[in-house]
Design a protein around this ligand. Structure first.
Ligand SMILES: [Zn+2]
Length: 247
C-alpha cells in the first residue's frame, strides 16, 4: 500500500456502486484504480474521485489489473471546471489526449506539471481555444513529438519564406523536401506557435487572436495530433459541439 499525489483523468461506473478511476500520479504515472462503493452518495471516496480533482490517494497493490483506491484527500477540487460546461469539455479533451498517449505506470514529472498547468489555465482562461492550442503544443514537446518550426524537418535547411507544414513530419519542409501532405502555415501562425515555445503561459493567455488565426492554429494542431494518434479523441467532438453553440 502506498500514498501518491495525482489527478483524476477519468472515471467510469463499474458494477452496482463502484467506479474505475484512472489517475495520473506524480510518483507512478498513469494508474487504473477501483474505487469500491464510490457511487454511493455518502461514500467517503465519492468527492475525491470527481474528474479533475487533485488529491492524495492511498492505493493498494494487486498482482494484476486495477489497484484498490482505499482512501483519498482532496488537495484541489477544481469544482470551477466541473461547474462550467465549456471548461469541462475543454478539460476532458485535454485529459483524454494525455490518457490516450501515455502508457500505464510510466511516470513523467514534466507531464504531471503540464496537467496541473492545464487545469489552472483552463480554469482561468477566457479563450479556451487558445489555452488548448498552447497545451496541445506543450504536450507534443513532452511526448517527444515537438513541432519543428525553424528548419526543414528533412534536410535541416533554415527556412525563411518558402515553406509548408507537414503533419506527418511534425514540422516545416522546404520546397525540395515535400512529402505531399503539406498544408500552408502562415508566417503569423508560425510566429504564434514559436511564441508558445518561449513565452510564459500567462503571457500567452493575454494574446488576442483573430478568428482566422484561431481557425488556422486549430487546423494545424489537429493535423499534427491526428498524424500521431490512432483515433481522434472522443472528447474532441463534444468540445467542438459545445464551443460552437457558445459562438
Ligand atoms: Zn528540406
Amino acid at each position: 500500500m502506498f500514498w501518491c499525489e495525482g489527478i483524476v483523468l477519468k472515471t467510469r461506473p463499474m458494477g452496482e456502486a463502484d467506479r474505475v478511476v484512472v489517475l495520473y500520479t506524480k510518483e507512478r504515472g498513469k494508474v487504473g484504480t477501483a474505487a469500491k462503493g464510490s457511487r454511493r452518495p455518502k461514500n467517503r471516496l465519492s468527492a475525491v474521485v470527481q474528474p479533475f480533482t487533485r488529491g492524495r490517494f492511498f492505493l493498494g497493490e494487486r498482482a494484476t489489473g486495477l489497484k484498490d483506491l482505499n482512501q483519498g484527500n482532496i488537495l484541489e477540487s477544481n469544482q470551477n471546471i466541473r461547474d462550467d460546461l465549456l471548461k469541462m469539455a475543454a478539460c476532458n479533451y485535454f485529459l483524454e489526449l494525455i490518457d490516450a498517449s501515455v502508457e500505464t505506470e510510466d511516470p513523467d514529472e514534466s507531464l504531471y506539471r503540464l496537467i496541473l498547468l492545464g487545469l489552472k489555465l483552463i480554469g482561468l482562461s477566457t479563450d479556451l481555444d487558445l489555452a488548448l492550442r498552447y497545451l496541445e503544443f506543450q504536450l507534443l514537446n513532452i511526448l517527444g513529438w515537438g513541432l519543428q518550426l525553424g528548419k526543414c524537418t528533412s534536410c535541416g535547411k533554415e527556412l525563411t519564406d518558402e515553406y509548408k507544414f507537414s503533419p506527418t513530419e511534425g514540422g516545416l519542409t522546404c520546397i525540395g523536401c515535400r512529402k505531399g501532405d503539406e498544408v500552408i502555415l502562415t508566417p503569423k501562425s508560425r510566429a504564434i506557435l514559436a511564441g508558445f515555445e518561449r513565452l510564459h503561459p500567462r503571457t500567452v493567455l493575454k494574446l488576442k487572436l483573430a478568428r482566422e488565426d484561431h481557425e488556422e492554429l486549430e487546423k494545424i494542431m489537429r493535423l499534427a495530433w491526428d498524424a500521431r494518434m490512432e483515433k481522434q479523441p472522443k472528447a474532441w467532438q463534444f468540445w467542438k459541439q459545445v464551443s460552437s453553440l457558445e459562438k
